[in-house]
Every structure is written in structure tokens, then in C-alpha cells.
Design a protein around this ligand. Structure first.
Ligand code: SF4
Length: 182
């Protein structure tokens, strides 16, 4: 008798980050994607990344669900840290905002696990992201998949697969502050 796979909701931030991780996790879990990124500015860029995410998994039979583009709530969540450099407290607040909602949505929709592609990013520290995931997992009574997806060749596989699929590749992290050229 084949055992049903557990359900995992994977927060995904763009097409590139969605190129290899969902495929890899699908070997063990029944994976759905959650595109919850109200940090992305402007809205046209948000739509581009959402389209690239859908393209990344279109041949895998993986569903992509879209969260609310709650831009005002995100801006208020990071307001105290808006002038911090990239990688600082603004980014921690940004991860916290997105992972809290992913955990809530996962719990409400009967997922067993949640995870995020964020750690595959070159400048995204797993030692900051994983404890945030664990915190929300505990709060909502759900499991968080602890990972550093850039390790073990994950970053190279992500690059390779995203190039093979011809996915849109952005040149800034996402928010209006990361776009600022000063
Ligand atoms: S730089 Fe990236 S991680 Fe940091 S606040 Fe902006 S969008 Fe979020």
C-alpha cells in the first residue's frame, strides 16, 4: 500500500526560486505554492514574478495560490526599519511578515508543513529565516521545514533549472527600498 504524502505549502518569492525547490520537495511531499509577496514593488514587477512562478511549475502539476497584495500592511510592518541596509532589520521584518501569513494560510488550509524558498537567495541568511519559520510554526501548531536551500548544490541547481526554463530574472530583491539607487 502506498502511503499518502504529507502536504507542504511552499512560500515562493519569484520564478527563479521556484525553479528547482518545488520539484525537489515533491519527491517527499505533496507540494503547493503560495505566492505571498506584498513587498514587491511596483505592481507590474509583482505580476512578472507571479507569472514566472507559474511558468516554473506549469509542467509539474503543482498548484500556485496567490496571497493578498497587502502593500500598505507590508509598508507598515517594515516602517521602523525602512532605512536599514539590505540584509538588516528591514529584511527580518519582511521575512517575518511573509512567513507569518504563510503559516496562518497553511494551517487554515490543512497543510502539515510549510516552508519558504527564501534561503536559496545568495544574501538570505538561513540562520535568520529558519528561527522565524519555527516561531510561526509553533504559534500556529504546524511543522516548518528547516532548510538552507542554497547549500548542497541547491543554488547551482536553481540557476541551471531557471535558465533551462527561460524564467524572468530580476535584478533587485523586491521592495521599493531595494530598488533605490543612491
Ligand atoms: S530587500 Fe528584500 S528581503 Fe529586504 S525588505 Fe526588501 S524585499 Fe524584503
Amino acid at each position: 500500500m502506498t502511503k499518502n504524502k504529507e502536504k507542504l505549502l511552499l512560500h515562493v518569492c519569484c520564478g527563479v526560486c521556484g525553479a528547482w525547490i518545488p520539484k525537489m520537495l515533491s519527491e517527499k511531499f505533496e507540494v503547493s505554492l503560495y505566492f505571498f509577496n506584498p513587498n514587491i514593488w511596483p505592481k507590474e514587477e509583482y505580476e512578472r514574478r507571479l507569472d514566472a512562478t507559474k511558468k516554473a511549475v506549469e509542467n509539474l502539476g503543482i498548484e500556485v495560490m496567490e496571497g493578498e497584495y497587502s502593500e500598505a500592511d507590508w509598508l507598515s510592518a517594515v516602517a521602523d526599519f525602512k532605512d536599514e541596509p539590505e540584509g538588516g532589520k528591514r529584511c527580518e521584518a519582511c521575512f517575518d511578515f511573509r512567513l507569518a501569513e504563510t503559516a496562518r494560510f497553511a494551517k487554515e488550509n490543512d497543510f502539515d508543513w510549510f516552508a519558504s524558498t527564501l534561503t536559496v537567495g545568495r544574501n538570505k541568511k538561513a540562520e535568520i529565516i529558519n528561527p522565524i519559520g519555527e516561531k510561526w510554526a509553533e504559534k500556529f501548531g504546524i511543522s516548518f521545514f528547516i532548510a538552507d536551500f542554497k547549500k548542497g548544490g541547491g543554488q547551482a541547481k536553481t540557476d541551471e533549472e531557471s535558465k533551462r526554463l527561460g524564467l524572468y530574472r530580476q535584478n533587485y530583491c523586491g521592495c521599493i527600498y531595494s530598488l533605490r539607487r543612491d
